[in-house]
Design a protein around this ligand. Structure first.
Ligand code: NAI
Length: 487
């Protein structure tokens, strides 16, 4: 704690570098800056206590300072142990007007290379705001990416209600070790205060969720009637998943591969597992580098799309021996087993860009008889099989675009985060209008986010005449498409 701000980051001395990069990023994030201008006076998030769990990068720094500019009190953690950019974290703690000696920014609990214990300790710190009287209070809003902050509250409430340790559900976690740590976190917090999580949950007006995997968790909770507060699915705003997931990964996947290995991608065989939004961006990026791309899919629609894009569609077990690079993008578990990894070419690169680290069986790999691990550098490991051939595993099977590189670039994240800010305002100011269910933002707001970014890129939109608008049955100002339109 320094100058009244509690925090845990790698080095506040990195703040100046972080501030310089934040300044450059602001120009590349026109959506967030437009929202700051639009709401400068109204400050609709005044009174909001936002607990944010989302990769603590430079782009996220611009998001955090936008929430603050709109009046929110904010605490922040990363949603991945490897994704924090330490200079961004430092700059946010120090704030635009503070110094490392006298920070005046936002409490952040995140550094690159956390252990799982540290990760869940950090997540717990999200729930310790201080009110004006100096009492510890919980947040009244969550901004989540992957759903870990939301999970902690839900498991805590379940624990307090039943007095029984919540059951281990594979879906909830990456590895069972992680679950043990969550439970330890809960036990510790309960020892402090027997109804802590129930109180926390009752104050929360809603959660806005960033990614496919977190949204999947929310719909499951809502279906079971277990969701404790309303949720906005930010991922399925068109200006999020059809841009960040696709064009973001098109940029940051190759960035991660290059920084990790610097291997020439051209001419290599790359297998992309999953051809959803992230898979589409991954395949395009690898093909753009000259790789011969093979796609694996379970869904015939996505498989057909891959074929018509010119990619071979095959089963991983049939092509694993040809692969130089294997990338998982499914958001599903058990995609690449240790047995499959044992059948790859020498020095095949294996990495994941799906949210959790259960796509590649790292635990199974570590247990493989006679296997040896050689750490090449942070987030790059060579695993040598007893027959002498090896594979190169990136970021221990966690998001390689954030672990080995710096994630998606600012401009695309400006789209995603504009949706986040709009969703936060919506739930904070109108929570009574929402049930304990999962909602999407209206299309007109999606189009508003797109319009800002079209203009920033110098695009000129054609204007509908009244006559034309009537002919196709829309309003001159939009929305321009029906809800079922797929883009
Ligand atoms: P999506 O649902 O559009 O795509 C996933 C695809 O994987 C689907 O088409 C599905 O049919 C396929 N699939 C499922 N099981 C499979 C299996 N066993 N074998 C082959 N294919 C299989 O989801 P989206 O939006 O592409 O997201 C995928 C993951 O990436 C999620 O975990 C999401 O949270 C994460 N994500 C990561 C980002 C990053 O920066 N690395 C950015 C955005 C999302």
């Amino acid at each position: 704690k320094r100058n009244g701000i509690d925090f845990a980051v790698a080095d506040l001395g990195l703040a100046e570098f972080g501030r310089k990069e934040i300044r450059l990023a602001e120009h590349e994030m026109p959506g967030l800056m437009a929202l700051r201008r639009e709401y400068a006076e109204a400050r609709p998030l005044h009174g909001a206590r936002v607990a944010g769990s989302l990769h603590m990068t430079v782009q996220t720094a611009v998001l955090i300072e936008t929430l603050v500019a709109l009046g929110a009190d904010v605490r922040w953690v990363s949603c991945n142990i490897f994704s924090t950019q330490d200079h961004a974290a430092a700059a946010i703690v120090v704030g635009p007007h503070g110094t490392p000696e006298e920070p005046r920014g936002v409490p952040v609990f995140a550094w690159k290379g956390e252990t799982l214990e540290e990760y869940w300790w950090c997540t717990e710190q999200l729930f310790k705001f201080t009110d004006e009287a100096g009492n510890v209070v919980g947040p009244n809003m969550i901004l989540d990416d992957g759903g870990d902050a939301t999970l902690l509250v839900h498991k805590g409430v379940e624990f307090e209600k039943t007095g029984v340790v919540p059951t281990v559900d594979d879906e909830d976690l990456t590895v069972s070790d992680e679950y043990r740590i969550i439970l330890d976190t809960l036990r510790r917090s309960l020892a402090e205060d027997g109804k802590r999580w129930t109180t926390v949950a009752s104050d929360i007006r809603g959660v806005t969720e960033e990614t496919t995997t977190g949204v999947h968790r929310l719909y499951q909770l809502a279906e079971q009637g277990l969701l404790l507060f309303p949720a906005i699915n930010v991922n399925d705003s068109v200006t999020k998943s059809k841009f960040d997931n696709k064009y973001g990964i098109r940029h940051s996947l190759v960035d991660g591969l290059n920084r990790a290995t610097d291997v020439l991608i051209g001419g290599k065989v790359a297998v992309v597992c999953g051809f959803g939004d992230v898979g589409k961006g991954s395949a395009e990026a690898l093909a753009g580098q000259g790789a011969r791309v093979i796609v694996t899919e379970v869904d015939p629609i996505c498989a057909l799309q891959a074929l018509l894009e010119g990619f071979q569609v095959a089963r991983l077990e049939d092509v694993v021996g040809q692969a130089d690079i294997i990338i998982t993008t499914t958001g599903n578990k058990d995609i690449v087993s240790a047995e499959l990894m044992s059948r790859t070419k020498h020095q095949a690169i294996i990495g994941n860009v799906g949210h959790f680290d259960n796509e590649i069986d790292i635990a199974g790999l570590a247990r493989f008889p006679g296997i040896r691990r050689i750490n090449i550098k942070p987030q790059v490991d060579e695993w040598v099989f007893p027959d002498g051939h090896s594979i190169i595993v990136l970021s221990e099977g966690r998001l390689l675009n954030l672990g080995n590189a710096t994630g998606h670039p600012s401009f695309v994240m400006s789209n995603s985060f504009s949706n986040q800010v709009i969703a936060q305002i919506e739930l904070f100011t109108k929570h009574e209008e929402y049930n304990k269910d999962v909602y999407r933002l209206p299309k007109i707001l999606d189009e508003k986010v797109a319009k800002i970014h079209v203009e920033a890129l110098g695009g000129e939109l054609t204007k509908l005449t009244k006559d034309q608008a009537e002919y196709i049955g829309v309003d001159v100002e939009g929305p321009f498409k029906p809800e079922h339109y797929r883009y």
